[in-house]
Design a protein around this ligand. Structure first.
Ligand code: GRF
Length: 214
């Protein structure tokens, strides 16, 4: 089976990117990263990519006068690589629907909550303020509605009495770094397939998100 190619879009630290790189380098995923693209030239994730000889590109959103023109520049950049999937990993820009439709079924995102709960930002804080006893991570397909595309995988953890924001972030990140490589590995093996017919896992239509087995 030919290796899948992914492009990872980042804006910051890139710990999820690192977990994907490590999984590929450990030979656990038949895939390659054709490029890492950031809207932020200072993103530490770019250094991580360079450390592993992965092609990097910066498309600084501040140099574009509209979301659309930024999206078009991103599209032109991605076209060069013809990736199978575009993997958003801490990419802090909202993509417009024209871009999203161009890459229908091909854009994934990781979000730090159990979607559909807590879309948007500051999910840990909001979960704590609401005295939730459970929080988690979602990996979902990107559609034009923010954080609302079909969820492929959910990972859960409990919020214990006395947990701080930092504790939750740590629990969340730990899960994320195992979940994203797993989903990408399944895509590369075609165990998980996404297309016009819907999402299939082991040849069965996925009717609800896969629960990440810890
Ligand atoms: C992750 O926590 C992810 O859930 C959110 O952005 C964060 C990115 O972290 N979308 P990193 O840059 O991968 O360390």
């Amino acid at each position: 089976m030919t290796a899948m190619s992914f492009i990872v879009l980042i804006s910051g630290n890139g710990t999820n990117l690192q977990s994907i790189i490590d999984t590929i380098e450990a030979g656990q995923m038949n895939a390659s990263l054709s490029a890492v693209i950031s809207n932020n030239a200072e993103a530490y994730g770019l250094t991580r990519a360079k450390n592993h000889a992965i092609v990097t590109r910066v498309i600084d959103h501040r140099l574009y006068d509209s979301r659309d023109s930024f999206d078009q520049a991103l599209h032109r950049c991605i076209q060069e690589f013809e990736p199978d999937y575009i993997v958003l990993a801490g990419f802090m820009r909202i993509l417009g629907s024209a871009f999203i439709n161009t890459y229908r079924h091909k854009i994934l995102n990781i979000h730090p909550s159990l979607l559909p709960k807590y879309k948007g930002l500051n999910t840990y804080q909001r979960a704590m303020e609401n005295r939730e006893t459970e929080h988690g991570v979602s990996i979902h397909l990107v559609t034009s509605e923010l954080d609302a595309g079909p969820v492929l995988m959910l990972g859960r953890y409990s919020i214990e009495e006395g947990n701080t924001l930092a504790d939750l972030e740590q629990k969340g990140h730990r899960l994320e770094h195992r979940m994203y490589p797993k989903v990408l590995q399944w895509l590369s093996e075609k165990k998980l397939q996404i297309g016009n017919h819907g999402i299939e896992f082991e040849q069965q239509i996925l009717r609800k998100p896969i629960e990440f087995d810890q």
